[in-house]
Design a protein. Structure first.
Ligand SMILES: Nc1ncnc2c1ncn2[C@@H]1O[C@H](COP(=O)(O)OP(=O)(O)OP(=O)(O)O)[C@@H](O)[C@H]1O
Ligand SMILES: Nc1ncnc2c1ncn2[C@@H]1O[C@H](COP(=O)(O)OP(=O)(O)OP(=O)(O)O)[C@@H](O)[C@H]1O
Ligand SMILES: [Mg+2]
Ligand SMILES: [Mg+2]
Lengths: 329, 390
């Protein structure tokens, strides 16, 4: 890394419209980033427990845990960050609450505080990310990269815009200072917000909108991931050719079979053309566009590694070895 | 599943009871149909399509209450403005259909206004914490959907109300969120807080001991003093209204248990959505809520009956002679569809295994989106098992 090159992102935030594949892509990206000797932390928020089942692992908790071997020998760890636990941590750290914290929790006061102040919740969650990104252990960074399975596009700007949110809370004291340092990380080139979409009208539109809103909020957009792209080769073919082809291949070319195949192929062709249009639209945003195939059997563990291999080449930069203890703060 | 049952025209699973959507829509004893399910499975689409079919095919005076519909669907139903009252859908052929989308903030305001004096209401509306509760709180949308349902029912203007449910991760939220919100607003901490405004501090201290002092001191530092004050003031002005609308929400909830109501659970053929459908079905059974069926939506349509293996074998044979044989590409496309469909049916089988008595209907993906009235008619026909064969 030359001195002038901007730092490679170490905090990867994966968002997108609901159901487009945020969790799957975040998990695949974590595997892809875990190159030789690297340690990657995969984080989820809001207690979704979407990550563990992908890895056939028991539910994730507040404590980081080894999850899987990455591509080419790295390691992926998993964590489910909970705002209540984070607030307790925070209070313990800054106010030396000791056992009073537990009492507050028992009374529902912790839950209450994060409920009445959703902005506080977001600051606490992003604060945990910052801590994981900047933590050093025995002379090196604890994690080379941190990947977040983030809230959907509809909420992402609010979630990441901690300084704005903290403006609604107490301005002085540790929370203000804390949120300013989190904001510095989130607005820096150490962070990249990746947008996942499927080739369909609404998700693509949400991606375009989110891209604009992120830029307006001065948050760094990373890659656009076009997920669930059905593989089909564009060919010209008619009824008679299909019938002849089936016969050549030793299948009975009955009329309904030919008509059915024709109908399916016409729909698939239509889809390929639509995908091309969506890809163009995404490319016009001027960010790298990664394409992931629609896995016919859904995303299981082997499918996850397949998606990781697809992502690896375009994240090669982020897998470069680090030059020691670059601090995020 | 045999390949020939994969035709979209025969989209019902073998071996499980079949959901008769037309019998349900035509049943004059049913006045509410609630479409529930996890996020993105097709609740809004199903609600709109069934309401349209109830009006057009069964001649019922129908209203559909949608929540956050996609913009183009809203336009098709003539719901351009979010004005919180049903408007007639012009292009309906036979019967009558009204449609509306829920404005939760406005509904909350209406409820407050109807339960308290104008002066108190104004105080509540001005409170920043009320503004947060009524517009961004989780659970409010569910709560207000129930409230609106109750209001629509009370007018007696419609013979059938089709209810869409809010986009939340879990279908259970529709049942649980209103009570959770009510508990929160009525709960111990909020009461303590309203007692913690200057002057009443002692009562709070005696309840929580030393932690209470820490609580106010620390939370004022963390949250800012104004927030706790807002909450405390809000709680104080809510005293007289809250009992009112909490009771109402409970009454509406209980009304969902009667025979005039029907629940449909919607699922997509994906593990998470089917898992949610199973949980939701169990809960409805426990709560003695009337569940009439499950709609499995957006199955991959397969039109040719040929197994994926044979298609791939044939494609490979053709490619041996000519690597670019176009028929091989056609066969590979079919194999992909057939494999996707088979995987979806394996996922769907989990529901049938867990809930064998619940009638099902499978609806194929109809193109990429369901937006105009014709799309909705096609969806309704598919849901009724009456897809016109092309
Ligand atoms: N490339 C793919 N091929 C096939 N199936 C996929 C692919 N990507 C995601 N899926 C499937 O789509 C569904 C949704 O994916 P996922 O849970 O990753 O999305 P999400 O955006 O995290 O959803 P949510 O908004 O609910 O958190 C899952 O069933 C997943 O297995
Ligand atoms: N059978 C179908 N064929 C094709 N497209 C469909 C089908 N069912 C639903 N869709 C499309 O899928 C998208 C999601 O559907 P819809 O909005 O009804 O889901 P929802 O469950 O209401 O989602 P949310 O939880 O966000 O409210 C819409 O674009 C809709 O047009
Ligand atoms: Mg997810
Ligand atoms: Mg909806």
């Amino acid at each position: 890394m030359t001195a002038s090159a901007p730092p490679v992102p170490r905090l990867h935030i994966v968002t997108g419209k609901g159901g487009t594949g945020k969790t799957s892509v975040a998990a695949a990206l974590a595997l892809a980033l875990a190159g030789p000797g690297r340690r990657v932390l995969l984080v989820e928020v809001e207690g979704r427990q979407g990550i563990a089942p992908l890895f056939d692992a028991p539910s994730l908790g507040y404590q980081e845990r080894h999850l899987a071997a990455g591509l080419d020998g790295g390691e992926v760890f998993g964590q489910s960050v909970d705002a209540d636990e984070a607030l307790l941590d925070y209070l313990t750290l800054f106010y030396r609450l000791g056992s009073a914290g537990k009492v507050l929790q028992k009374f529902g006061a912790i839950d209450f505080a994060t409920t009445i102040a959703p902005g506080l919740r977001d600051i606490l969650l992003t604060g945990k990310l910052k801590e994981a990104v900047s933590r050093a252990e025995s002379g090196r960074m604890a994690y080379d990269s941190v990947v977040l399975d983030a809230p959907p596009t509809g909420r992402i700007v609010r979630f990441l815009n901690v300084t704005v949110e903290s403006g609604r809370l107490a301005k002085t004291g540790p929370i203000g200072k804390h949120s300013r340092s989190v904001a510095r990380l989130l607005h820096s080139s150490l962070t990249a917000v990746h947008l996942v979409t499927t080739p369909a009208a609404m998700p693509v539109q949400e991606t375009v909108d989110a891209h604009r809103e992120l830029l307006a909020a001065d948050l760094p957009v990373g890659h656009l991931v076009l997920n669930r792209v059905a593989a089909a080769k564009a060919v010209e073919v008619d009824h008679a050719e299909i019938a002849a082809g089936l016969t050549r291949a030793g299948l009975a070319a009955d009329e309904t079979l030919v008509a059915g195949l024709m109908e399916e192929y016409a729909a698939a062709r239509h889809e390929i053309e639509a995908v091309d249009a969506y890809r163009d639209r995404l490319e016009r945003l001027g960010r790298p566009v990664d394409e992931l195939p629609l896995l016919p059997e859904g995303v299981d563990l082997s499918g996850l590694y397949q998606l990781a291999r697809e992502l690896r080449p375009s994240f090669a930069g982020a897998r470069r070895p680090l030059s020691g203890g670059t601090d995020a703060a | 599943m045999r390949p020939d049952t994969m035709r979209p025209t025969a989209a019902t699973p073998g071996g499980v009871p079949e959901l008769d959507v037309d019998a349900l829509l035509g049943d004059k004893e049913k006045h509410v149909i609630a479409c529930c399910g996890s996020g993105g499975v097709g609740k809004t689409t199903t609600a709109a399509a069934l309401a349209l079919r109830a009006a057009e095919v069964h001649g019922r005076r129908t209203v559909v209450l949608t929540i956050d519909p996609a913009r183009r669907l809203a336009q098709s139903l003539g719901m351009e403005a979010l004005d919180n009252t049903p408007k007639s859908v012009a292009a309906v052929q036979g019967g009558s259909l009204d449609a509306m989308m829920l404005d939760m903030k406005r509904t909350f305001d209406e409820v407050v206004a109807s339960h308290t004096s104008a002066e108190r209401a104004a105080e509540i509306f001005a409170n920043p914490f009320y503004q947060a509760v009524s517009s961004t709180f989780s659970g409010t949308q569910e709560y207000m959907a129930m409230e609106k349902l109750g209001q629509l029912r009370a007018t007696g203007k419609w013979d059938l109300i089709v209810l869409d449910t809010p986009p939340s991760r879990s279908a259970l939220d529709f049942l649980d969120a209103p009570a959770r919100l009510a508990r929160f607003l009525d709960g111990r901490i909020i009461r303590l807080l309203s007692a913690s405004t200057p002057g009443a501090r002692r009562s709070m201290l005696s309840l929580m001991g030393a932690s209470a002092a820490v609580f106010t001191r620390v939370f004022n530092k963390v949250l800012g003093g104004h927030l706790l004050t807002d909450v405390a003031e809000f709680t104080a002005s809510l005293e007289d209204t809250f009992g009112g609308f909490r009771k109402r929400a409970e009454a509406t909830f209980r009304a969902l248990q009667d025979d005039q109501t029907s629940f449909l659970v919607i699922a997509a053929p994906e593990p998470a959505a089917v898992g949610e459908a199973v949980y939701f079905t169990r809960r409805l059974t426990e709560e003695r809520m009337p569940l009439d069926g499950m709609i499995l939506n957006r199955l991959t349509p397969v039109a040719a009956s040929l197994s994926a293996e044979r298609a791939l074998g044939a494609a490979a044979a053709l490619e041996e002679a000519d690597a670019d044989d176009p028929v091989a590409a056609v066969l590979r496309t079919h194999a992909d569809l057939a494999r996707r469909r088979a995987a979806e049916e394996r996922v769907a089988a989990r529901y049938a295994a867990a809930c064998p008595d619940v009638p099902q209907r499978w609806v194929p993906a109809l193109g990429v989106e369901v937006v105009d009235l014709d799309d909705l008619r096609a969806f309704g026909a598919a849901a009724a098992g009456a897809l016109p064969s092309e």
